[in-house]
Structure formats: structure tokens, C-alpha cells
Design a protein around this ligand. Structure first.
Ligand code: TYM
Length: 382
């Protein structure tokens, strides 16, 4: 969908994104102070940094999710990943937030790994490759710290047998012109991709309760289709909480992309690489020389290091305010803010990699023999 001078589809985001306009275009609702406080009341007054700073900014039916929770009906969480060679830090964002929600509400989480989507979308990828990337990406996702008793990670090409009965019910409700208009397919699109939306919709129907989907807003087209048909199949319209994009390192516009390595920090990047990428490539809103910076200060609206710190990496509100003040007034130089970001990122990545090593031990539990995997199997085959 065009959004002023930019484009947002599940596969491409370009230009500066006008998030307020997206709320109108997509017909979603703002995450209001009252919703934030409501969520926080279940978290002993705490509020995730990405909620506090309006990074998760838009929703559908989140009020109904909270109502169902309050009334003891409950809900479940669903999110996903199209596997690629190495996840970048932007891909981790929805998982970090989903884990926080799971901790608070103690609910089931379903994570779809769409090796089929990745394979069909890219002429060069083999199923062997997307299968190997699935395993690698799943380890990164497990490392986020989901509750193994209540989390099920499934890979489409393996789990399809169990998804297929629902997938064909969904597919029968969607006609080509709707799907074509939603995703911009044309006569050269392969028929796998035309069917694929059914497979991303199916997990919203894994339980007969409301489903809440945390994801960036690029995934919204699927949910609009889901909401058109869910009730006719006896399920709830899926509810969403939409995130903004972590911008690429190299520009305040668009979203970080795996295909442009300099624009992304990968979860596997070591401390030296992180520092080098940030120092060399991070787009700066600071002035060209230190003299000019001291005189005029930085333009924070385009400064990527500041935006990254604000988005997630400097959680302390007092500290982010100090950085804002000093950097915009010119007391802080570009090299200094970049150094702060590199240090923060490296601490996070170090912790992540340690957790990832431990993830090997529980891989099967999340994917095949955990409680939730068993519960699903019994439900489908009963
Ligand atoms: P994928 O693999 O492109 O992206 C995985 C998740 O990361 C979000 N995301 C970002 N969030 C913040 N900043 C960024 N720069 C950024 N880039 C990507 C995406 O919105 C997504 O939540 N088709 C999906 C896989 C999928 C899925 C789902 C995603 C299947 N079922 C349910 C979300 C919810 C995909 O290609 O995601």
C-alpha cells in the first residue's frame, strides 16, 4: 500500500513511514494511554519500553483481549518469522515484546516459521536452505526466553498436515481478486504464494479464544483478510498490536533489511563488527564537524543512533532524556552517541548469544514434544 511517498507491503518497506496516516489507511486504532495503563496494571505497574515509547503504537481489539482476560476467558498470542540466513536485530523486536506479554498474562504462544513462504518467494532459495535457516532462527527465537511449557514453534513444511484442514477452509473463503488486491500479485506470481496467505491465517484459529498478534505493521494485510472471514468459520477476528520499524542503520527511512548487510546488525555480529558498523555506517543527524555540532547540535529526527536508543536499547527514561538534551544541544558529539549505542547493543547481543547456546538443549521441546505441541496434536487428531 502506498503511504505518501513510501510503500509498505509484507516484503518491502521504503521511504519515511507516516504512522499516524497508517492508522487511518489501515483502519486500526491508536494504543492509548488508557490501554497502556490497563496492560501495565497486570504487570505490577511496569510498562515495556516499547509500549512506554509508543513503538507498539496501533492495535485492533486489544480492549476485547483485555476484557476476555479480565473475565477469565483468556486469549493466546501468535507471531512468526520467515527464516533467513541470520536474523537481524529488527526481526527480534516482536519476539521480545511477545515474550513480555507472555510473562505478564501467562498465556500460550504460537510461533510460525514460514520456510514455505521464504522458499516460494525467492527464485534462488532451496527448501534445504530455508530448512536450515529455520533451525538457526528458531534457536534465536528460543533464546528470547519463552516459557517452554506454553510455547509451540512450528515450521510450515513439517506441520502442514495438521494445518491443512483449516487452511483449505480458509482458502475456500478467499478469492483471487481479494488476495491479488491485498498483496499486489500478478499473472507472474507463482500459485504457491497465492495460496500462502491461508497458511499465515490458520494459526489465528488454533484456539477457540481471541488471538493477539504482536508484529510490525507490515504484516497487517494478512490480518485484514483474516478479519473478513474468521467469524464465518466460527472463530474470532484476530486482534493485533502493531509495531513501528526499527530503521536501517544507514537511513532513518524504511526498515532494516537482511539483503543490505551494512544496514543491519545481525544477532551473530561480534563486538568489533558492531562497533565498526555503527561508527562507519550509522546515519547521523549530527553536524559535519565537532565545531558545528557544538554550535548547532544534532537533528534527532534523522539520527539513527538516537532513534535506536529511543526505540529499545536505552530503557532508562532519565538516561534517554539526558542523551536527547546533550546531543540536540551540541554538548554531546556524534562519536559519543555512537559509542553509547555500540556498548548497549554489545551487552544485549552477548547475553543473547549465551542464551542461544543453551537453546540447543530445549529445541525439541519447543518444536515437537512440549506441552503445547502435544495439546495441539491431540486436538487435531481427536
Ligand atoms: P519476517 O521474517 O519478515 O519478520 C519477522 C517479524 O519481524 C518484524 N519485523 C520488524 N520489526 C521491527 N523492525 C524491523 N525492521 C522489522 N523487520 C521485520 C515483522 O513484522 C515480523 O513480525 N510472513 C512473516 C512470517 C509470519 C508472521 C506470522 C509474522 C508468519 N506468521 C505472524 C508475524 C505474525 C514474515 O515474513 O516475517
Amino acid at each position: 500500500m502506498e503511504n505518501g511517498t513510501n510503500k509498505i507491503t509484507p516484503w518491502e518497506v521504503s521511504g519515511r513511514v507516516d504512522y499516524d496516516k497508517l492508522i487511518k489507511q489501515f483502519g486500526t486504532q491508536k494504543v492509548t494511554e488508557s490501554i497502556r495503563n490497563d496492560i501495565s496494571s497486570y504487570a505490577n505497574g511496569r510498562m515495556h519500553v516499547m509500549l512506554r515509547r509508543n513503538i507498539f503504537f496501533s492495535h485492533r481489539d486489544l480492549d476485547l483481549i483485555l476484557r476476555d482476560y479480565r473475565e477469565g476467558i483468556g486469549f493466546f498470542l501468535y507471531t512468526g518469522r520467515a527464516p533467513s540466513l541470520g536474523m537481524h536485530i529488527g526481526h527480534l523486536v516482536p519476539f521480545l515484546f511477545t515474550k513480555w506479554l507472555q510473562d505478564i498474562f501467562d498465556v500460550d504462544v504460537y510461533i510460525e516459521i514460514t520456510d514455505d513462504e521464504k522458499f516460494m518467494r525467492n527464485p534462488d532459495y532451496t527448501l534445504e536452505k530455508t530448512g536450515e535457516w529455520s533451525r538457526q532462527n528458531i534457536l534465536d527465537i528460543i533464546a528470547v526466553g519463552f516459557n517452554p511449557e506454553k510455547t509451540f514453534i512450528f515450521q510450515d513444511s513439517e506441520y502442514i498436515r495438521n494445518m491443512y484442514p483449516l487452511a483449505i477452509k480458509v482458502a475456500k473463503k478467499l478469492n483471487f481478486s481479494e488476495v491479488k488486491a491485498t498483496f499486489g500479485f500478478d499473472n507472474s506470481s507463482n500459485i504457491g504464494m497465492i495460496f500462502y496467505p491461508a497458511l499465515q491465517i490458520v494459526p489465528t484459529m488454533f484456539e477457540k479464544r481471541r488471538c493477539l498478534i504482536p508484529a510490525a505493521i507490515d504484516q497487517d494485510p494478512y490480518w485484514r483478510l483474516q478479519r473478513d472471514i474468521a467469524e464465518s468459520l466460527g472463530f474470532y477476528k484476530a486482534s493485533q498490536i502493531h509495531g513501528k520499524f526499527l530503521p536501517p542503520l544507514t537511513s532513518p527511512d524504511g526498515k532494516m533489511s537482511s539483503s543490505v548487510p551494512d544496514s543491519a546488525i545481525y544477532l551473530s555480529d561480534g563486538p568489533k563488527i558492531v562497533e565498526k558498523k555503527i561508527m562507519k555506517y550509522a546515519f547521523s543527524g549530527g553536524q559535519a564537524t565537532s565545531e558545528l555540532q557544538r554550535k548547532h547540535g544534532a537533528n534527532l529526527d534523522v539520527d539513527v543512533p538516537y532513534q535506536w536508543l529511543y526505540y529499545l536499547f536505552e530503557e532508562d527514561d532519565g538516561e534517554i532524556e539526558r542523551i536527547r538534551e546533550e546531543y540536540s544541544s551540541g554538548r554531546m558529539l556524534t562519536g559519543e552517541i555512537k559509542k553509547i549505542l555500540a556498548e548497549k547493543l554489545n551487552i544485549m547481543l552477548q547475553d543473547h548469544r549465551a542464551a542461544r547456546e543453551r537453546a540447543e538443549d530445549v529445541y525439541n521441546k519447543f518444536k515437537y514434544d512440549g506441552n503445547l505441541a502435544r495439546k495441539m496434536w491431540e486436538k487435531i487428531h481427536s
